[in-house]
Design a protein around this ligand. Structure first.
Ligand code: UD1
Length: 425
């Protein structure tokens, strides 16, 4: 397995191009299953999770091709089976996103239940309950969700008013995708407001769907007979943007992130300012300047959008680990999302954990150590910590990073970091 070797101590300087958003690309690829013809998607990031979703579509018989401009063309009409096997779903929970589209378009779907996950239980009960309320017949058999629509309605789901018990991003997306081809109107109450939900809605609208209210907690979908092919460009990745801005702040550097969208990062930018960073922004860029200054400790509480994202929590923990003062990080979205804290302690961070709260007392210097990536965002925080640690840190299990960060070592070395991938056996 590959490792990353990072020698800390260099302030990052320069410009970095932000990739398309992983969490928008995955539902959009799943949503192509709804179309009657080929769909072209651009600004798709080259990531392991995206490869897994493409593999899943391919396994079902869908034709996926990549053209010379790195656009992905998906022709869903060649589909042979509505089946998502365990060996792919276990690699990536977001595979569950094919459930809604398959059921809406073909009246049947067999999708493996995602297993437990390193960051908590992460159930899919809300996805299942919503589809049942839309008339689906669902039972769990041998670890698979077996979903069917009744033959009486010619295989179509029926619109319903769904009040989601918890704000869930992929749950909202799955139900929105199911509703676009249902009979009548569906109302999603307590819907997730994440920008990726809005991007998916815009993609569905480009295929002919009727959706109002995406980006608010009440989404209204009027089912249509069919959806047609279209071309669509995926939004920029706000979490990758935030990660590079923290990388600049933690190293006392000066970095401009390009091809991004500042409006999606309000809560994160506010915290960076509190930490003492100077920020400038334009339509599609954000620049952070922290030269000659040590970050101030900040408090963070994660919650659904537009509040502070759980996917940026680990990166800010790394920032607090070397900041001036004591910062508190409260994780309210997932239980058990603090594994990076234990690894950072091995690098000299002073962190106390009390349930879902981490109390971090900044130290002037972290020390290099061998550490292990445990999940996607946790691994990003270890990279950040290594960028300021004294000596050479070796990070193992970096396949977690490759799931969500495109060419991380090229992008960081482009900003002056000393980082090297060591191919494993
Ligand atoms: C998505 C993101 C992930 C991000 C998370 C929260 C994708 C592919 N992934 O994950 O990067 O960290 O949103 O912003 O977009 N829950 C239930 N029952 C359900 C569904 C969820 O109880 O049926 C709970 C979860 O356990 C969790 C909370 O709801 O505590 C939020 O999870 P959810 O928004 O569903 O996360 P994902 O969509 O899996």
């Amino acid at each position: 397995m590959d490792k990353l070797q990072i020698t800390g101590g260099r302030p990052l300087e320069g410009e970095v191009r932000i990739s398309g958003a992983k969490n928008a690309t995955l539902p959009i690829l799943a949503a192509t299953l709804l179309a009657d013809g080929p769909v072209t998607i651009s600004n798709v990031p080259h990531l392991q999770d995206v490869t897994t979703m493409i593999e899943l579509l391919g396994r079902m018989g869908v034709t996926v091709t990549i053209d010379e401009k790195l656009r992905i063309e998906v022709d869903p009409t060649t589909i042979r089976e509505q089946f998502a096997p365990y060996e792919l779903v276990k690699k990536m929970r977001a595979s569950i996103l094919v459930l809604g589209p398959l059921l809406a378009r073909y009246g049947e779907a067999d999708v493996s239940l995602p297993g437990g996950c390193a960051i908590g239980a992460r159930p899919v009960n809300i996805h299942v309950a919503g589809l049942q309320a839309m008339g689906a017949d669902i039972h769990i058999e041998n670890g698979y969700i077996k979903a069917r629509t009744g033959k009486a309605r010619a295989g179509r789901l029926k619109g319903a008013r769904l009040v989601l018990e918890t704000v869930t991003v992929t749950g909202t997306e799955n139900l929105m995708m199911a509703a676009v081809l249902a009979d009548g109107e569906t109302v999603l109450e307590n819907a997730a407001r994440e920008p990726e939900v809005v991007d998916l809605a815009n993609f569905l609208i480009a295929m002919g769907a009727k959706i109002r209210g995406a980006g608010t907690d009440r989404i209204v979908i009027e089912g249509v007979e069919r959806l047609h092919g279209c071309s669509y460009e995926v939004m920029p990745d706000r979490i990758e943007t935030g990660t590079f801005l923290v990388a600049a702040a933690i190293t006392g550097g000066h970095v401009r992130t390009k091809n991004t969208c500042p409006a999606y990062l309000d809560a994160v930018l506010l915290k960076l300012q509190e930490a003492g960073a100077k920020l400038a922004q334009g339509d599609n860029w954000i620049e952070l300047d922290m030269r000659g200054r040590r970050p101030k400790a900040i408090d963070v509480r994660t919650a659904p959008y537009p509040a502070f994202p759980t996917d940026m929590q680990a990166q800010f923990a790394a920032l607090d680990a070397v900041a001036d003062g004591v910062g508190t990080i409260i994780e309210t979205v997932f239980e058990n999302r603090f594994m990076h804290m234990l690894e950072m302690r091995r690098m000299g961070a002073e962190i106390r954990l009390e349930g879902n709260t981490a109390i971090i007392k900044g130290v002037p210097k972290l020390m290099a150590a061998p550490v292990m990536a445990t999940d996607l965002r946790a691994s990003a925080s270890l990279v950040l910590a290594a960028l300021v640690a004294e000596g050479q840190t070796v990070i193992e299990r970096i396949y977690h990073i490759d799931r969500g960060y495109e060419s991380i070592e090229e992008k960081l070395s482009g900003l002056g970091a000393q980082i090297r991938r060591v191919p494993g056996r």
